[in-house]
Design a protein around this ligand. Sequence first.
Ligand code: COA
Length: 186
Amino acid sequence: MQLACSKCAIRDWSPADEADLVRHADNRNIWRNLTHMFPHPYTAADAHQWFATLAAMPEPTHWAIEVDGHAVGGIGVSIGEGVFSKKADFGYWLGEPYWGRGIMTDAASAVAPYAMERFGLCRLEAAVFAWNPASMRVLERCGFVREGISRAGVFKDGQIIDEIDYALVDCGRLTSASSRLTHTLG
Ligand SMILES: CC(C)(COP(=O)(O)OP(=O)(O)OC[C@H]1O[C@@H](n2cnc3c(N)ncnc32)[C@H](O)[C@@H]1OP(=O)(O)O)[C@@H](O)C(=O)NCCC(=O)NCCS
Protein backbone atom coordinates (compact mmCIF):
# COMPACT_ATOMS: atom_id res chain seq x y z
CA MET A 1 0.00 0.00 0.00
CA GLN A 2 1.26 3.48 -0.83
CA LEU A 3 -0.59 6.77 -0.41
CA ALA A 4 1.06 10.06 -1.28
CA CYS A 5 0.00 12.95 0.95
CA SER A 6 1.26 16.50 0.75
CA LYS A 7 3.37 16.36 3.96
CA CYS A 8 4.09 12.63 4.21
CA ALA A 9 3.61 9.27 2.56
CA ILE A 10 1.66 6.33 3.96
CA ARG A 11 3.09 2.90 3.23
CA ASP A 12 3.40 -0.62 4.62
CA TRP A 13 5.70 -1.17 7.59
CA SER A 14 8.89 -3.09 6.85
CA PRO A 15 11.30 -4.86 9.24
CA ALA A 16 13.87 -2.36 7.87
CA ASP A 17 11.97 0.32 9.83
CA GLU A 18 12.96 -1.22 13.16
CA ALA A 19 15.43 1.46 14.24
CA ASP A 20 13.12 4.32 13.22
CA LEU A 21 10.15 2.65 14.91
CA VAL A 22 11.95 2.15 18.20
CA ARG A 23 13.48 5.65 18.07
CA HIS A 24 10.11 7.37 17.73
CA ALA A 25 7.77 4.98 19.54
CA ASP A 26 9.87 4.80 22.69
CA ASN A 27 8.39 8.00 24.08
CA ARG A 28 6.30 8.46 27.18
CA ASN A 29 4.46 11.42 25.66
CA ILE A 30 3.18 9.14 22.91
CA TRP A 31 2.45 6.16 25.19
CA ARG A 32 0.47 8.45 27.50
CA ASN A 33 -2.14 9.06 24.79
CA LEU A 34 -2.52 5.49 23.56
CA THR A 35 -4.10 2.33 24.95
CA HIS A 36 -2.32 -0.42 26.86
CA MET A 37 -1.65 -2.15 23.53
CA PHE A 38 1.19 0.32 22.92
CA PRO A 39 4.17 -0.64 25.10
CA HIS A 40 6.48 1.56 27.11
CA PRO A 41 9.41 1.44 27.02
CA TYR A 42 9.22 0.45 23.35
CA THR A 43 12.02 -1.99 22.59
CA ALA A 44 13.41 -3.84 19.56
CA ALA A 45 11.49 -6.91 20.77
CA ASP A 46 8.27 -4.88 20.63
CA ALA A 47 9.12 -3.83 17.07
CA HIS A 48 9.70 -7.48 16.09
CA GLN A 49 6.37 -8.42 17.64
CA TRP A 50 4.67 -5.63 15.71
CA PHE A 51 6.14 -6.73 12.39
CA ALA A 52 5.11 -10.34 13.14
CA THR A 53 1.55 -9.20 13.92
CA LEU A 54 1.34 -7.35 10.62
CA ALA A 55 2.86 -10.27 8.67
CA ALA A 56 0.20 -12.59 10.09
CA MET A 57 -2.64 -10.43 8.74
CA PRO A 58 -4.21 -11.31 5.39
CA GLU A 59 -3.62 -7.67 4.54
CA PRO A 60 -2.07 -5.09 6.87
CA THR A 61 -4.52 -2.60 8.35
CA HIS A 62 -1.82 -0.48 9.96
CA TRP A 63 0.76 1.54 8.06
CA ALA A 64 3.86 3.65 8.52
CA ILE A 65 3.89 7.41 8.13
CA GLU A 66 7.02 8.32 6.20
CA VAL A 67 8.69 11.72 6.20
CA ASP A 68 12.02 12.40 4.49
CA GLY A 69 12.49 8.69 3.79
CA HIS A 70 12.00 7.58 7.40
CA ALA A 71 9.10 5.94 9.21
CA VAL A 72 8.19 8.51 11.87
CA GLY A 73 4.78 7.33 12.99
CA GLY A 74 1.96 4.87 12.55
CA ILE A 75 -1.69 4.96 11.52
CA GLY A 76 -4.29 2.29 10.99
CA VAL A 77 -7.60 0.64 11.71
CA SER A 78 -8.61 -2.30 13.88
CA ILE A 79 -11.64 -3.81 12.20
CA GLY A 80 -14.50 -5.22 14.26
CA GLU A 81 -15.88 -8.74 14.03
CA GLY A 82 -19.36 -10.16 13.56
CA VAL A 83 -22.01 -7.48 13.95
CA PHE A 84 -19.20 -4.93 14.29
CA SER A 85 -17.56 -5.90 10.98
CA LYS A 86 -18.51 -2.67 9.24
CA LYS A 87 -16.76 -0.47 11.76
CA ALA A 88 -13.21 -0.06 12.95
CA ASP A 89 -11.18 1.74 15.58
CA PHE A 90 -8.99 4.40 14.00
CA GLY A 91 -5.66 5.15 15.63
CA TYR A 92 -2.39 6.96 15.01
CA TRP A 93 0.76 8.32 16.56
CA LEU A 94 3.63 10.50 15.36
CA GLY A 95 7.21 10.94 16.55
CA GLU A 96 7.35 13.97 18.83
CA PRO A 97 9.89 15.97 16.76
CA TYR A 98 7.28 16.06 13.98
CA TRP A 99 4.33 17.32 16.02
CA GLY A 100 2.60 20.56 15.10
CA ARG A 101 3.40 20.57 11.37
CA GLY A 102 0.02 19.37 10.14
CA ILE A 103 1.40 15.93 9.31
CA MET A 104 -1.25 13.88 11.12
CA THR A 105 -4.10 15.97 9.74
CA ASP A 106 -2.65 15.26 6.31
CA ALA A 107 -2.16 11.55 7.00
CA ALA A 108 -5.50 10.93 8.70
CA SER A 109 -7.50 12.77 6.05
CA ALA A 110 -6.02 10.42 3.43
CA VAL A 111 -6.10 7.17 5.40
CA ALA A 112 -9.65 7.43 6.80
CA PRO A 113 -11.41 7.37 3.39
CA TYR A 114 -8.88 4.88 2.01
CA ALA A 115 -9.51 2.40 4.84
CA MET A 116 -13.29 2.77 4.61
CA GLU A 117 -13.24 2.07 0.90
CA ARG A 118 -10.64 -0.70 1.02
CA PHE A 119 -12.25 -2.67 3.85
CA GLY A 120 -15.91 -1.88 3.13
CA LEU A 121 -16.45 0.04 6.37
CA CYS A 122 -19.17 2.55 7.15
CA ARG A 123 -17.91 3.80 10.51
CA LEU A 124 -14.54 4.72 12.01
CA GLU A 125 -14.37 5.34 15.74
CA ALA A 126 -11.68 7.20 17.63
CA ALA A 127 -11.56 7.49 21.40
CA VAL A 128 -9.43 10.38 22.61
CA PHE A 129 -8.22 10.88 26.16
CA ALA A 130 -9.56 14.13 27.59
CA TRP A 131 -6.08 15.62 27.95
CA ASN A 132 -5.36 15.33 24.21
CA PRO A 133 -6.88 18.34 22.41
CA ALA A 134 -4.41 18.07 19.51
CA SER A 135 -5.84 14.69 18.53
CA MET A 136 -9.40 16.00 18.82
CA ARG A 137 -8.46 18.82 16.47
CA VAL A 138 -6.95 16.36 13.97
CA LEU A 139 -10.15 14.31 13.97
CA GLU A 140 -12.41 17.34 13.64
CA ARG A 141 -10.38 18.60 10.68
CA CYS A 142 -10.81 15.17 9.07
CA GLY A 143 -14.60 15.30 9.39
CA PHE A 144 -15.03 13.17 12.52
CA VAL A 145 -17.93 14.18 14.75
CA ARG A 146 -17.76 14.31 18.52
CA GLU A 147 -20.49 11.91 19.62
CA GLY A 148 -20.12 11.90 23.36
CA ILE A 149 -18.03 11.42 26.44
CA SER A 150 -17.34 8.20 28.28
CA ARG A 151 -17.02 9.75 31.72
CA ALA A 152 -14.19 8.25 33.76
CA GLY A 153 -13.81 5.68 31.00
CA VAL A 154 -10.04 5.49 31.04
CA PHE A 155 -7.39 4.70 33.63
CA LYS A 156 -4.04 5.87 32.26
CA ASP A 157 -0.78 6.99 33.80
CA GLY A 158 -2.26 6.63 37.28
CA GLN A 159 -5.28 8.82 36.57
CA ILE A 160 -8.94 8.23 35.82
CA ILE A 161 -9.95 10.46 32.92
CA ASP A 162 -12.79 10.97 30.48
CA GLU A 163 -12.67 9.51 26.99
CA ILE A 164 -14.02 11.68 24.18
CA ASP A 165 -15.72 9.64 21.49
CA TYR A 166 -15.41 10.65 17.83
CA ALA A 167 -16.73 8.92 14.71
CA LEU A 168 -16.71 9.31 10.96
CA VAL A 169 -19.72 7.71 9.29
CA ASP A 170 -20.16 7.13 5.58
CA CYS A 171 -22.62 4.40 4.65
CA GLY A 172 -23.51 5.88 1.26
CA ARG A 173 -21.23 3.60 -0.70
CA LEU A 174 -22.46 0.49 1.13
CA THR A 175 -26.10 1.53 0.88
CA SER A 176 -25.83 2.08 -2.86
CA ALA A 177 -23.99 -1.25 -3.25
CA SER A 178 -26.73 -3.07 -1.35
CA SER A 179 -29.43 -1.25 -3.37
CA ARG A 180 -27.73 -2.39 -6.54
CA LEU A 181 -27.66 -5.94 -5.18
CA THR A 182 -31.36 -5.78 -4.25
CA HIS A 183 -32.12 -4.44 -7.71
CA THR A 184 -30.09 -7.19 -9.38
CA LEU A 185 -31.75 -9.90 -7.30
CA GLY A 186 -35.17 -8.34 -7.86
C1 COA B 1 -2.02 13.89 18.41
C2 COA B 1 -0.96 13.86 17.31
C3 COA B 1 -1.21 12.68 16.42
C4 COA B 1 -1.09 15.14 16.51
O1 COA B 1 -0.24 15.07 15.37
P1 COA B 1 0.27 16.41 14.65
O2 COA B 1 0.88 16.04 13.35
O3 COA B 1 1.07 17.19 15.60
O4 COA B 1 -1.13 17.13 14.40
P2 COA B 1 -1.38 18.33 13.39
O5 COA B 1 -0.18 19.21 13.39
O6 COA B 1 -1.86 17.77 12.08
O7 COA B 1 -2.64 19.05 14.03
C5 COA B 1 -2.66 19.33 15.41
C6 COA B 1 -3.78 20.33 15.65
O8 COA B 1 -3.97 20.39 17.05
C7 COA B 1 -3.81 21.73 17.47
N1 COA B 1 -3.27 21.67 18.82
C8 COA B 1 -2.06 21.27 19.19
N2 COA B 1 -1.97 21.35 20.53
C9 COA B 1 -3.15 21.81 20.98
C10 COA B 1 -3.66 22.11 22.24
N3 COA B 1 -2.95 21.94 23.34
N4 COA B 1 -4.95 22.55 22.33
C11 COA B 1 -5.70 22.69 21.23
N5 COA B 1 -5.26 22.43 19.98
C12 COA B 1 -3.99 21.99 19.88
C13 COA B 1 -2.88 22.34 16.47
O9 COA B 1 -2.97 23.75 16.45
C14 COA B 1 -3.41 21.72 15.19
O10 COA B 1 -4.60 22.33 14.78
P3 COA B 1 -4.62 23.39 13.57
O11 COA B 1 -4.13 22.63 12.37
O12 COA B 1 -6.04 23.79 13.45
O13 COA B 1 -3.70 24.49 13.95
C15 COA B 1 0.46 13.77 17.91
O14 COA B 1 0.61 14.80 18.84
C16 COA B 1 0.74 12.45 18.59
O15 COA B 1 1.18 11.50 17.95
N6 COA B 1 0.48 12.37 19.92
C17 COA B 1 0.73 11.14 20.68
C18 COA B 1 -0.15 9.98 20.23
C19 COA B 1 -1.61 10.36 20.16
O16 COA B 1 -2.08 11.25 20.82
N7 COA B 1 -2.34 9.63 19.29
C20 COA B 1 -3.75 9.85 19.13
C21 COA B 1 -4.51 9.09 20.18
S1 COA B 1 -6.26 9.44 20.07
